[in-house]
Design a protein around this ligand. Structure first.
Ligand code: MLC
Ligand code: AMP
Length: 492
């Protein structure tokens, strides 16, 4: 049995999940997930690593389906509930998913694709009760999940983690940040990335805490949940704290005081997935009384480096290696740098993913010959704390906590009939961390708003450029390569 579901056995009547105004105990969750696993198995003994994609809204059904997939011996492939069809099709095709589980509202979007590709479509709330069968024994080295991440290749890559990887990622943070059964976490993050899936949902449930879900991101909704007084753990990306601070400023004096009182009782507030500006950290302390715990992670590694739970949380720094995670900084020759010098962060440990799905070359490229994972992030150690300096590739953009590939966005832009060429970059932005912008060489007649609307049918909203600049040609160096820094300057 999976470590997370095992923990559920000991909790029984305790509330595991609160969503859509309802509470669900661990017993209910475990039984529902075992029933779901039985449906998936459909008479077979073990799904033997078949990929099961699921597009299910955050809440009870999401966790039931995820646990059900694991207990049936399959690999969970969570799909983003706001992605347009082309992005979903890419993941379905790349993983070769044979089963697709959906919330009813996604039926019209995905039914035709499922039919055409002989994918079994299961609508999550339309299953009859069944008697639970004996579920397969799972070896911890088996594949458990595939999450898609953008990188320096133009298409996102599937990051495969085993059950052992996930357990290591969970154990590292539950011990470092002292998760406890009394934790009541509010989940406001999307559930196709590690921040929401591992840190908020899986880690909290692994320890017997309660996870409360919001239907979609809304500052008002988050504040109203805080005011109820039950929530005591909150984790988010810097953009969300920025938005919460802006929302707080709009409240009257009395409402501010009530919210401050509610937040004072929290055990922990964590920030990560992108650099936390010192100004946001300071303003949040004024608002909530909490010094945010900033940590560093990645889809491929879960969490790697963190400021301490107890002790000094250094503004602008990401802290020290988490338990079970080995970290080194190296130069271009893969030699460890001396303290105080900048180097690429490389990671080793059970937390590190197994491989990129069906991409042995990409996997080999991202590991050194002696097994260190190359993150592409550059850092320095100062006074014992790691501080991120930047990334080795200008083509990786972090916006709203999402990692985006400039190359992927360019490829889609270029597929528009009236676009001859383009270059995409990220420019610094207080709210979003970086803002995606594009310089475009277009044929006559292409209006920016048309291009913008078209892009939103091709890519998730958060990947589409926020600003376009129509140019006659792109700045290139003597080798003919686009000079991305010049493009950045054109937007400033
Ligand atoms: C959305 N908008 C953006 C944008 N995304 N504008 C600029 N840049 C972006 N990146 C605009 C939309 O176009 C829309 O405007 C408006 O914002 C609202 O859009 P939305 O889609 O409803 O956004 P919202 O729900 O408000 O989302 C904001 C957010 C979201 C911050 C809640 O981006 C989010 O959940 N981010 C977290 C991502 C995450 O979990 N990352 C972790 C990866 S794992 P208009 O005008 O079009 O209406 C990882 C490892 C680790 O990184 O360390 O954790
Ligand atoms: P993802 O591929 O979406 O998992 O994003 C991982 C990337 O997010 C890392 O490689 C870093 O570039 C970035 N990141 C995560 N946490 C932090 C942080 N605290 N500070 C700066 N960058 C971060």
């Amino acid at each position: 049995m999976h470590a997370i579901t095992e923990a559920a056995l000991n909790q029984s009547d305790k509330i595991a999940i609160i969503a859509s105004g309802k509470s669900f105990s661990y017993k209910t969750l475990l039984q529902a997930s075992q029933q779901f696993a039985t449906h998936l198995l459909d008479g077979r003994n073990d799904l033997d690593g078949a990929r099961v994609a699921f597009m299910v809204d955050p809440g009870f059904d999401y966790v039931k389906v995820q646990w059900g997939i694991w207990q049936a011996g399959a690999v969970a492939v969570p799909l983003c509930v706001t992605h347009p069809l082309p992005s979903l099709q890419y993941v379905l095709e790349d993983t070769g998913a044979t089963i697709l589980v959906i919330s009813p509202q996604y039926h019209d979007l995905l039914a035709a694709h499922a039919l055409e590709h002989s994918i079994q479509l299961i609508v999550v709330d339309r299953l009859p009760e069944t008697t639970v069968v004996v579920l397969p024994q799972l070896d911890s080295q088996r594949n458990a999940m595939i999450l898609y991440t953008s990188g320096t290749t133009n298409k996102p890559k599937g990051v495969v983690t085993t059950h052992a990887n996930i357990a290591a990622q969970i154990n590292s943070i539950t011990s470092a940040w002292q998760y406890a059964p009394t934790d009541h976490a509010l989940c406001v993050l999307p559930l196709h990335h590690v921040h929401g899936i591992i840190n908020v949902v899986s880690a909290t449930l692994s320890i017997g805490g309660t996870v409360e879900f919001v239907a979609s991101f809304s500052v008002e909704d988050i504040f109203s949940r805080f005011l109820k007084g039950n929530i005591n753990v909150f984790m988010a990306v810097p953009t969300i704290y920025f938005k919460l601070i802006a929302g707080f400023e709009l409240l009257d004096v009395e409402a501010k005081q009530q919210l401050k009182n509610a937040m004072k009782k929290f055990r922990l507030m964590v920030c990560g997935s992108a650099a936390l500006p010192v100004s946001v950290m300071q303003q949040w302390e004024q608002v909530s009384g909490h010094v945010l715990l900033e940590r560093y992670g990645m889809t491929e590694i879960g969490m790697g480096i963190s400021n301490p739970y107890i002790g000094f949380r250094k503004p602008g720094a990401i802290g020290t290696p988490l338990p079970g995670v080995e970290v080194r900084l190296v130069d271009e020759n893969m030699q460890p740098v001396i303290t105080g010098e900048a180097g690429e962060i490389q990671i080793k440990g059970e937390n590190v993913f197994k491989e990129y799905w069906n991409k042995p070359d990409a996997t080999a490229n991202e590991f050194t010959s002696d097994g260190w994972f190359k993150t592409g992030d550059v850092a320095v150690v100062e006074e014992g704390y790691y501080r991120i300096l930047g990334r080795s590739s200008v083509d990786i953009i972090k916006s709203g906590g999402y990692k985006l590939s400039a190359l992927e966005i360019e490829e889609v832009l270029r597929s528009h009939d009236l676009v001859d060429d383009c270059a995409v970059v990220g420019i610094a932005d207080e709210e979003w961390g970086e803002l995606v912008v594009a310089a475009v060489v277009a044929k006559a007649g292409l209006e920016q708003h048309q291009l913008n609307q078209w892009m939103r049918t091709q890519m998730p909203t958060y990947k589409t450029p926020r600003k376009y600049l129509m140019v006659k040609e792109l700045p290139r160096n003597a080798m003919g390569k686009v000079v991305k820094n010049e493009i950045k300057t054109m937007f400033q």
